[in-house]
Design a protein around this ligand. Structure first.
Ligand code: HEC
Length: 205
């Protein structure tokens, strides 16, 4: 027979599990765990690491040769969202407090392959990020702040970045993005997964 204490302990554990599952499902803030995938020190965002193992959402491409030789963000843009915000997105269709999206820039390496003519990825050449946080950025429109780690020669990345001035980034996102400052119209993974946990993972086609 199991001792009374031990049983009570297990019962409490089960309660805790049920409460946190329900809290997560309904997006109740404060009760559900809210891990943030970024570190801000003295107003500077430290260059995020580990994002290539987050959720990949799409790759817009603005090749230099279609942009007078100088695309503002050359050239492929691999976009990732942190796992906890992805979880929230597929359950609620909303970007949670503490969402971070990364856009990693990759050059066009080649324009021909055995599969045909096209744009093929070359080297990593830049890194941009955006964070939604009412707590840290109460005055930014939509509470979205924008960061750039890219350097002029596209050969190295800055270690940290201050939030960019509003007109440099936020304004265009506010005016043109499909969903809460994020260009979901260009990210098929986010579109499919919006408040749809089954489609989100590639089911229910
Ligand atoms: C003129 C409009 C415009 C400006 C200015 C702009 N962006 Fe964007 N941004 C876009 C578009 C369009 C996309 C999606 C398509 C793409 O990547 O080409 C995007 C995507 C992003 C993404 C991926 C997540 C998302 O929100 O869709 C990040 C991160 C990002 N931009 C950061 C920045 C930063 C940092 C700046 C300022 C240095 C900036 N952007 C300025 C238009 C803009």
């Amino acid at each position: 027979m199991m001792g009374y204490r031990k049983m009570k302990k297990i019962k409490n554990l089960v309660y805790l599990l049920v409460i946190s599952t329900v809290a997560t499902a309904f997006g109740i803030p404060g009760i559900a765990s809210a891990k943030e995938y970024f570190t801000i020190n003295n107003g500077q965002l430290e260059r995020p690491a580990g994002f290539r193992e987050w959720i990949y959402v799409g790759t817009p491409v603005t090749p230099n040769d279609m942009n007078d030789g100088k695309a503002p963000f050359p050239e492929f843009h691999n976009v990732y969202i942190d796992p906890e915000s992805w979880q929230h997105w597929k359950e609620t269709g909303k970007f949670r407090e503490g969402t971070i999206l990364i856009k990693e820039l990759v050059s066009v390496g080649s324009k021909a392959a055995p599969s045909g003519k096209g744009y093929f990825m070359g080297e990593f050449i830049g890194l941009e990020a955006t964070i939604k946080s009412k707590r840290v950025f109460p005055n930014e429109p939509g509470n979205w702040a924008y960061f750039s780690f890219s350097t002029k020669d596209h050969k190295s990345l800055a270690k940290s970045s201050k939030a960019m001035p509003q007109p440099a980034c936020n304004g265009c996102h506010a005016a043109n993005a499909g969903d809460d400052f994020v260009f979901t119209q260009f990210y098929p993974v986010l579109r499919a997964g919006k408040a749809n946990p089954k489609k989100a993972v590639g089911g229910e086609l």
